[in-house]
Design a binder for this molecule. Structure first.
Ligand code: NDP
Length: 496
């Protein structure tokens, strides 16, 4: 079934369909409800893909590898990818509305980050693949004639793309764009909470001339649903996943069947480190964003703060003032700066941590409950919350909460704070605030993470390696690093 109206543009009553082989299709599974987090109302119904639908999608993707996509020159592919970027831009308002209805995130965030980056990913990876080089060697042979070895990069094949709900279009295209640039085909399983923009992108792909079967979307849940059907499918050649660490472990187990490679971007419990000599105004502004942006639902968000003793009291007071300055309300109002959490279940989880902190005797600097949001009484809002006074063993300090909250601890010297920051099974990101260049370098290089910022947070250059250490992931994506996963090197040896 093909439809322009029913793909997920966010209008009330919308039906969100699977996109398989270039066409929108109902699924053989359930019809499940999709909620607008700002009101708790159902805003769309989603067609769950059955095992047969996933089979069709993977089959379409496999077939497309043999068709025009597989035979296209890099230059032709890149022209199409740039049209996809232009297509997202041309339908900016539809993508914006779809993302806001699915996530409840404020327009001020979605219009500056999610949708622009969703489009930019296609241009960035088109640029990257256009200048990708490989290695070559001249070799000696016993007869003196010599040989030349050179490597080419070939697409891996059908890539399963499993993505979370916090930055749906951005994180999905972060994988789809390099996969397609490298000549692969994809089957995307968006989070069940946020299926709309992935579905809408199918229309843009068709309009840009992407051949049928190159980009497919199947909706549903994880275990015993589309997620598991996809990751366990024998014709999937690689799995790229962003989400929780425990889900990553399940996906790795599925990938081991058939020895398929995985790229995993997982959870974090990131430390922010603020030294006495930091530029305090900048540290407060940046740290505030790192704790509260997107209602704390960012894998790179800071949930553990370590502040040096000399500025501890002042820092706590000023960050508390910043936490209290956020404005709740209608996500479509450009003045609103904090939206709800993505779902009622997630809100219960975050509020559970708020209760636990109280029960453990934390000093609550601000928040700890739910705000009154006039006109949005049934939305999944929670207050930005800051605590002090808990031991490092508390679950508040050790577990990823994924809400607008952080615990602040005091420290005295560099060695101590490096130990505290590294005392975590996660290793995704850190932010170090100091005006001492040598200290900045010393500390940033000692924290076991994939990304260390100095005097900034979320300052991203998409050519740089992105990923986590320890339980925060396997592999690096971004720039040419993405092609380590989305291509395979094939060495060709020519005897001269
Ligand atoms: P989840 O791990 O719950 O879900 C991610 C995706 O995996 C969803 O599409 C989910 O489907 C699917 N899924 C769940 N179980 C399975 C399974 N057994 N097989 C296949 N697919 C499955 O993560 P969230 O959506 O809750 O996202 C939040 C998490 O993502 C946080 O831990 C956060 O830190 C992490 N994250 C990491 C980033 C990074 O770059 N390191 C970036 C952004 C987020 P469904 O939801 O429909 O059940």
């Amino acid at each position: 079934m093909t439809s322009n109206k029913s793909t997920g543009a966010g209008a009330a009553g919308t039906e969100i369909l699977n996109f398989i082989g270039g066409e929108y299709r109902k699924g053989g599974g359930r019809l499940f409800e999709n909620y607008y987090p700002a009101t708790g109302q159902v805003h769309a119904h989603v067609h769950e893909a059955s095992r047969e639908d996933v089979d069709l999608a993977v089959g379409a993707a496999k077939q497309a590898l043999k068709g025009p996509w597989g035979r296209m020159s890099v230059a032709e592919r890149l022209t199409i990818l740039r049209k996809v970027a232009d297509g997202i831009q041309a339908r900016f308002d539809e993508f914006l509305r779809a993302e806001i209805m699915d996530t409840g995130k404020p327009r001020s965030i979605a219009s500056h980050i999610d949708i622009p980056r969703g489009g930019a990913n296609f241009n960035v990876f088109a640029d990257q693949i256009a200048s990708l080089s490989t290695e070559a060697f001249q070799s000696a042979t016993p007869d003196g004639a010599g040989a030349i070895n050179y490597a080419i990069r070939v697409p891996r094949g059908v890539i399963a793309v499993i993505c979370p709900w916090n930055l749906p279009l951005l994180l999905m295209t972060w994988k789809v764009a390099p996969a397609m640039a490298a000549g692969n085909t994809v089957v995307v399983k968006p989070s069940e909470e946020t299926p709309a923009t992935a579905a809408l992108l199918g229309e843009v792909m068709n309009a840009a001339g992407v051949p049928a079967g190159v980009y497919n979307v199947v909706h549903g849940f994880g275990a015993d649903s589309a997620g598991e059907f996809l990751t366990s499918h024998p014709d999937v050649d690689g799995i790229t996943f962003t989400g929780e660490t425990s889900t990553g472990e399940a996906i790795m187990r599925a990938a081991s069947n058939g020895v398929r490679p995985v790229s995993l971007e997982l959870g974090g419990k990131n430390a922010g480190i603020i030294f006495n000599d930091a530029d305090l105004a900048k540290a407060i502004e940046g740290t505030g964003r790192s704790c509260f942006a997107n209602t704390g639902q960012v894998c790179l968000a800071t949930e553990r703060l370590y502040v040096q003793r000399g500025i501890f009291e002042e820092f706590c007071a000023k960050l508390t003032a910043q936490a209290k300055s956020y404005r709740f309300g209608d996500p479509f109002n450009p003045e609103v700066t904090m939206g709800p959490l993505v779902s009622d279940i997630h809100r219960q989880k975050v509020l559970g941590f708020y209760e636990k902190a109280k029960a453990e005797g934390a000093t609550i600097l601000c928040g700890g409950g739910t705000p009154d949001v006039a006109g949005f009484e049934n939305g999944y809002f929670v207050e930005p919350t800051l605590w002090t006074g808990l031991p490092q063993t508390s679950e508040i300090v050790t577990n990823e909460i994924f809400g607008p909250c952080a615990h602040i601890s005091v420290f005295d010297d560099e060695e101590e704070v490096v130990g505290l920051a590294n005392n975590s099974p996660y290793g995704l990101a850190t932010a170090v605030w100091t005006e001492n260049l040598s200290r900045a370098h010393r500390v940033a290089s000692q924290i076991d993470v994939g990304i260390a910022w100095v005097n900034s947070w979320f300052l991203r250059d998409l050519r740089t390696p992105f990923g986590g250490s320890k339980k925060s992931g396997i592999g690096r994506e971004g720039g040419n690093h993405s092609f380590e996963f989305y291509t395979e090197l094939r060495n060709i040896c020519i005897k001269l």
